[in-house]
Design a protein around this ligand. Structure first.
Ligand code: SAM
Length: 162
């Protein structure tokens, strides 16, 4: 598969999986975390499919498209190793969905991220809440859910906290 094909698959899979998890969540209450605002592509999709929810976006700096930047209350700037430990006073309850979109494209960097990110994600996720990650995380006690058939091959994994 060419890099062009795998990029197309990854983006389609991301959208299919986000839409799928939105139907699984239904009317359950709770905010959404976007870990990795980047240029704001998936944040923009999340606010379309979760129009009534608080969506908190995290990144070390703001480099998103001008139209895809959350308001100051919902944008958490800084290294997530710090901000995920300290942001509790700003967040109304535990997130029903954590979308981790932080793959670096380098296997060693991804392993290093998995080591510090996994316990923070595990602690933040609501009971029965969902985690969609573009890289495997170490989430003991979480179930790995079946992907919808229409999601092309991609590294994404959908977890649910038991
Ligand atoms: N979801 C984005 C989109 O659809 O446009 C793409 C996100 S991009 C793949 C990953 C982002 O994660 C980068 O913007 C990077 O700055 C951020 N990131 C990676 N590690 C981080 C860390 N430790 N703390 C804060 N941000 C981090």
């Amino acid at each position: 598969m060419s890099r062009l094909e795998s990029t197309i698959n990854r983006l389609i899979a991301q959208k299919v999986l986000l839409d799928h998890v939105a139907t699984l969540i239904g009317a359950r209450e709770g905010p959404v975390f976007e870990l990795g605002l980047g240029n704001g592509r998936t944040f923009d999709h999340l606010r379309q499919i979760f129009p009534q929810r608080d969506i908190f976006a995290f990144d070390r700096s703001i480099r998103a498209h001008a139209g895809c930047i959350p308001d100051a209350e919902h944008m958490v700037v800084g290294d997530m190793r710090d901000t995920l430990r300290l942001v509790h006073p700003r967040v109304p309850g535990k997130p029903v969905l954590i979308h981790a979109d932080m793959g670096a494209g380098d296997p060693t960097a991804d392993l290093a991220t998995r080591e510090w990110l996994s316990p923070l994600v595990a602690a933040w996720a609501a009971d029965d809440g969902y985690v969609l990650s573009d890289r495997p995380l170490e989430l003991p006690g979480f179930a790995e859910l079946k992907r919808p058939a229409e999601a092309p091959v991609s590294p994404h994994i959908l977890y649910q906290k038991a």
